[in-house]
Write a protein that binds this ligand. Structure first.
Ligand code: APR
Length: 314
């Protein structure tokens, strides 16, 4: 008999709970929510289970406080950690979330050695790097979720400014998942037409700026946490590409191996995501201005990575 696909969500908070709903709706497989908070993963799983006949879905849903329940996961999506509060940058989360990623990474290595691991916890580029180092998994099986979200935010704002469907906007936002991210206007199109046909440079610059601060804008409004619907949608989009071997062309935080002039660090770059995980980094051509912005973003990422290396060596 065929084995059922298993998706484990470590962190059953705002993003984890939303991902469980989306995974069940899409019938991607059985879903296990795992969290240190007693009752929360069980309660969310039970709540969703009650909605199963209404969705409808045949995904089994369960909650646990035990990492042993990661066993035999096909995909593990990690949101365990603290979210931002108003006034905090993603980097402010570095210390505490590194400790959490280390614990979770060791548990994944022990219980789900063949899983495809998606990291969502911030600061993203540093946390996905830490996850790869702690698990020792091949880099095509440890990927960070940020580019889908950053590109989605840029595309959504472009669609709104033009007054067209968000479905028709293609965008590419590269670099680190922070204030220095690089929206590439040259690679943005609307129904195949360059975005510059629709919007002035000033307007596009303003949208780029708003994209880089989009997460902060949501934090300032929510006050109690950070964005969760769009991050959850983005991570499930990636999990689906892997589970269905879709070969999607998306932006993800990938370990670079010489591409764009960097080696041994994670950064948001266009990739092909399919059944083998991260199948290829697409090394698009960057002009001088774009490369300069990408390099500036990588400086920010490199300082976070240096900190993680120091912590890993302790
Ligand atoms: N193991 C499992 N779960 C943990 C652990 C751990 N060691 N430590 C914390 N958690 C859980 C918390 O109990 C909480 O339920 O992680 C969950 C995080 O959920 P939220 O606080 O609701 O945060 P969320 O909005 O889901 O964001 C999670 O993703 O986008 C990033 O910046 C965001 O780092 C944050 C993460």
């Amino acid at each position: 008999m065929a084995r059922r696909t298993k998706i484990s969500l470590v962190g059953a908070g705002q993003i984890g709970g939303t991902m469980a709903l989306l995974a069940a709706q899409k019938q991607l497989g059985d879903v296990v929510l795992i969290d240190v908070s007693e009752g929360v993963p069980q309660g969310k799983a039970l709540d969703l289970l009650h909605g199963g006949p209404i969705i409808p879905t045949s995904s089994a849903l369960s909650g646990s406080n035990d990492y042993a329940d990661l066993k035999d996961s096909d995909v593990v999506i990690v949101t365990a950690g603290l979210p931002r509060k108003p006034g905090m940058s993603r980097d402010d989360l570095l210390d505490v979330n590194f400790g959490i990623i280390k614990t979770v990474g060791e548990a994944i290595k022990k219980n789900a050695p063949n899983a495809f691991v998606l990291v969502v916890t911030n600061p993203l580029d540093a946390m996905v790097y830490a996850m790869q180092k702690v698990t020792g998994f091949p880099t095509h099986r440890v990927v960070g979720m940020a580019g889908v979200l950053d590109s989605g935010r840029f595309a959504a704002l472009v669609a709104e400014a033009i007054g067209v469907s968000a479905e028709d906007v293609q965008a590419l936002v590269m670099g680190g998942h922070g204030d220095t991210m690089v929206p590439l206007i040259r690679y943005c199109s609307v129904g195949g037409i360059p975005v510059t046909h629709f919007l002035s440079q000033d307007k596009l610059d303003a949208i780029s700026k708003r994209t880089a601060n989009a997460g902060g804008e949501v934090v300032a409004l929510l006050k109690t946490g950070s964005a969760f619907y769009s991050p959850a949608l983005s991570a499930i989009h990636m999990a689906e590409a892997y589970l269905k071997d879709k070969k999607r062309v998306i932006t993800a935080a990938a370990m670079l191996n010489g591409e764009f002039g960097y080696k041994g660090v994670y950064a948001g770059v266009p990739v092909i995501l399919g059944g083998n995980g991260l199948e290829k980094v697409i090394e698009v051509e960057l002009d001088a201005g774009e490369k300069k912005a990408f390099d500036a973003s990588m400086e920010a990422v490199k300082s976070l990575v240096a900190y993680i290396d120091k912590k890993l060596a302790e």
